[in-house]
Design a protein around this ligand. Structure first.
Ligand code: E4P
Length: 217
C-alpha cells in the first residue's frame, strides 16, 4: 500500500517527504483554503517541487465542458499533477474524455461501491472513498472500501486503484491496508500518530539509561 499525504501545507509535506515514506499528495479546495491562499497554482507547483509522485489537484467547475478545460490547464502545472474530479454525471463525462488524453484522474467524493465502480469504468486512475465522512454520517466507511475491493478484484480489466480517503485515525489506515487498498491518503496528524508509540519512547529511554549506567563503570 502507498501512503499519500492529504494536505496543502508545505511544511507538513516537506517534513513527511523527509521521512521517505510518502508516495504522493492529495489536495482539495478546502485544504488549500486552510493555507489562506487562493493561489492554487503556486501551491501546487511548490508541492510538485518537493514530491515527485502523484499530486492531486481538484477542479472547481461543475459542468463537463468546463471541467475538461480546467483539468487541461491544471494538468499542465507540473508533470506529476493528477486531476481530482467529483463523482457526478458531469464528472464521469469529463473523466471519460480526459482519461483518453493521458490525464490521470482521481475521482473524488465517492461514498459507495457503485460510485467507485462507475469511476473505474470511466477510466479514472484512482477512485477515492471518503471513509471518515461516511462514518460521520452513521455509515460503515470501511465496509464500503471492502466491498469495492471485492468488486474490483472480480474484474481485473478495471485497473482503477482505490484510495482510502477522509482518514480520521490510524485504525482506518490499518483496516484499509488489511482490505488491500492501493493507497491511503492521510492527514499529517494521523501520519504522526502512526509513527509513534509510547512503548517505543519508553524503550529508547530504558536502553540509553542502561547503557549510561554501564559506560560509567
Ligand atoms: C481526499 O483526497 C480528500 O482530500 C480528503 O481525504 C477529505 O477528507 P476530510 O473528510 O477529512 O475532509
Amino acid at each position: 500500500m502507498q501512503i499519500f499525504l492529504d494536505t496543502a501545507n508545505i511544511d507538513q509535506i516537506r517534513e513527511a517527504a523527509g521521512l521517505g515514506i510518502i508516495s504522493g499528495v492529495t489536495t482539495n479546495p478546502s485544504l488549500v483554503a486552510r493555507e489562506t491562499t487562493s493561489d492554487y497554482e503556486a501551491v501546487t507547483k511548490k508541492i510538485c517541487s518537493i514530491v515527485s509522485g502523484p499530486v492531486s489537484v481538484e477542479v472547481l467547475a461543475e459542468d463537463a465542458e468546463a471541467m475538461i478545460k480546467e483539468a487541461r490547464v491544471k494538468a499542465a502545472w507540473a508533470p506529476n499533477v493528477n486531476i481530482k474530479i467529483p463523482m457526478t454525471a458531469e464528472g464521469l463525462k469529463a473523466t471519460s474524455v480526459l482519461s483518453k488524453e493521458d490525464i490521470k484522474i482521481n475521482m473524488t467524493l465517492c461514498f459507495s461501491a457503485n460510485q467507485a465502480l462507475l469511476a473505474a469504468l470511466a477510466g479514472a486512475t484512482y477512485a477515492s472513498i471518503f471513509i471518515g465522512r461516511l462514518d460521520d454520517a452513521g455509515h460503515d466507511g470501511m465496509q464500503v472500501v471492502e466491498d469495492t475491493m471485492m468488486i474490483l478484484a472480480n474484474y481485473p480489466e478495471l485497473d482503477a486503484q482505490l484510495i482510502a480517503a477522509s482518514i480520521r485515525n490510524p485504525m482506518h489506515v490499518t483496516r484499509a491496508a488489511l482490505a488491500g487498498v492501493d493507497v491511503a491518503t492521510v492527514p499529517y496528524a494521523v501520519l504522526m500518530q502512526m509513527m509513534r508509540h509510547p512503548l517505543t519512547d519508553i524503550g529508547i529511554k530504558r536502553f540509553l539509561a542502561d547503557w549510561k549506567s554501564v559506560s560509567k563503570k
